[in-house]
Design a protein around this ligand. Structure first.
Ligand code: NAD
Length: 498
């Protein structure tokens, strides 16, 4: 189904419905035009969705892994048939270049479904054993219950998948709230779940703003855990709300990835890697390369190489396959990025290229030029804070230790990369950099089999991979007496006649 034919704005208990709350708009950021309107949900709808998920939980939790796996295989096959519709919708609501939606967002999301369809059959506790002479112990790994998830706008479909898949593969049911400006592909996913035969109530979608619908979800006393992907500020707020109910949280938050180029690096590879790593999704990627630390010997060549390549990046209509980089997701986000760059320049930094919004036909959209900043201070906002736009700051260093120190000298710890031809140095970098992912001679690639998640202010817990099951399951120790004795040896510590 094409997104413009979508007539529902929520999915509760297997039934597509329409919210009773205020009307919200989905705006194409490349034109500023509204492409879809919908009624947001109310807290009552959130309660209904949580109830539906709670009702569906016992049967889904007790389904065999093979049964859950079969359903997820059907979902993956169903999504393959609507991949192009999903790509079009992702591009329309987020302003992503269609090449990115078709080549990264949608196939990556579907691959995740294939992966978790298989992983669902690989859930296990540790082997049983006799840790006392009188007992056999075993570990059961069990689903938690209803998961309440909140997702961001930067990769709407992928982020929905990252929340839904490990949860339901492990036997939980879920209520997910996408970002209010990008609900389309998550609703299309909910419809696909229905066509694939995902039992009613296992995957529920509600829509609306964070403070109203998101908070109603994460404060529900009936959810067993909250998984959140979004900004550090909102994540910490949600963790506080969850703490009031003692609800488990999994937080995937902001990033400020360093990109460290040593003096033995392949300069051409580093230049290309920096431009792709900084500009992917118009820089609205939590792992985007945002701070390049470049050995002083390579600094000038790196800066001129990156600037030249950035100038050749084609900005344009997201639906045009020739477009390299689209607009920011919204005018608000564009203005936020522009203000951060302006403040950096006022503080003494220099934009070698970019540093403003383009004119001409693109002026009607939320575009911002690829921007390369030099001369920024390590302590400055542009180096310390998440920009979430197509902006790369470059700073020089002289020694490896200095590079590692500067790379770690921010609050975040989501991702990092090191560029070197020295295998020993590469391993030192992998050990030294505090980040959930460290790439060597690359920056950005992810893969369903491997975990993604942060350290420090970037949050905790893992998405993707079987490591994510640690977030979405709880373990239970079962200890069985193997003596058959009524008077057990340990009773003597309680009464002497034992
Ligand atoms: P955001 O924090 O503003 O919003 C994320 C979600 O939270 C949205 O659905 C929003 O409606 C909801 N929300 C807002 N306030 C809420 C509240 N009080 N209670 C409940 N829900 C609330 O983030 P964003 O601007 O949509 O996304 C960008 C951020 O996401 C960036 O910081 C980025 O780094 C981060 N991100 C992180 C990862 C990761 O894996 N670590 C991945 C993608 C994006």
């Amino acid at each position: 189904m094409k997104f413009d034919r979508l007539e529902t704005s929520n999915h509760i208990g297997g039934i597509p419905g329409v919210g009773d709350g205020p009307e919200l708009e989905v705006v194409d950021p490349s034109t500023g035009r509204t492409v879809w309107t919908y009624r947001a949900d109310t807290p009552e709808a959130v309660r209904a969705a949580v109830d539906a998920a709670a009702e569906a939980f016992p049967a889904w939790a007790s389904a065999t892994p093979a049964e859950r796996s079969t359903v997820l295989h059907r979902l993956a096959a169903e999504l393959e048939t609507v991949a192009e519709d999903l790509a079009q919708a992702e591009t329309a609501q987020a302003g992503k270049p269609i090449r990115l939606s078709r080549g990264f967002d949608v196939p990556g999301s579907i691959d995740n479904v294939w992966f978790f369809a298989g992983a669902a059959r690989n859930l296990e506790g540790k082997a049983a054993g006799e840790y006392s002479a009188e007992h056999t112990s075993m570990i059961r790994r069990e689903p938690i219950g209803v998961v309440g998830s909140v997702a961001p706008w930067n990769y709407p479909l992928q982020m929905a998948m990252w929340k839904i898949l490990p949860a339901v593969a492990a036997g939980n049911t879920i209520v997910l709230k996408p970002a209010e400006n990008t609900p389309l592909t998550t609703l299309m996913l909910a419809h696909a779940c229905e066509r694939a035969g995902v039992p009613a109530g296992v995957v529920n979608v509600v829509n609306g703003t964070g403070p109203v619908v998101g908070e109603a979800l994460v404060t529900s006393p009936k959810i067993g855990m909250t998984s959140f992907t979004g900004s550090t500020a909102v994540g910490r707020h949600i963790a506080g709300l969850a703490a009031a109910n003692g609800t488990r949280t999994h937080l995937e938050l902001g990033g400020k990835a360093p990109f460290v180029v040593f003096d033995d690096a392949d300069l051409d590879a580093a230049v290309r890697g920096a431009v792709a790593g900084a500009l992917i999704n118009t820089g609205q990627d939590c792992t985007a390369a945002t701070r390049a630390y470049v050995h002083r010997d390579l600094f000038d060549d790196f800066v001129s190489g990156v600037a030249e390549l950035m100038r050749s990046v084609r900005l344009g209509a997201p639906a045009d396959p020739a477009t390299d980089m689209g607009p920011l997701v919204s005018f608000r986000q564009r203005d936020r990025v522009a203000a951060m760059v302006d403040r950096a320049v006022s503080a003494g930094a220099r934009a070698v290229t970019g540093g403003g919004a383009p004119g001409g036909e693109l002026a009607a959209g939320a575009y911002y030029e690829p921007t390369l900043i030099v001369g920024a201070d390590q302590r400055s906002e542009i180096v310390q804070e998440e920009v979430f736009g197509p902006v790369l700051a470059v700073l020089p260093f002289d020694t490896d230790d200095e590079a590692f120190r500067l790379a770690d000298d921010v609050p975040f710890g989501l991702a990092a990369s090191a560029w070197t031809r020295d295998v020993y140095r590469a391993q030192r970098a992998a050990r030294s950099l505090s980040a959930g992912t460290v790439w060597i001679n690359d920056h950005i690639p992810i893969i369903s089999e491997m975990p993604h998640g942060g350290m420090k202010a970037s949050g905790y817990g893992k998405d993707m991979s079987t490591y994510s099951f640690d977030e979405y399951t709880r373990i239970k120790h079962v200890m069985s007496d193997i003596t058959g004795l009524a008077a057990k040896p340990w009773h003597s510590v309680v009464h002497q006649n034992a």
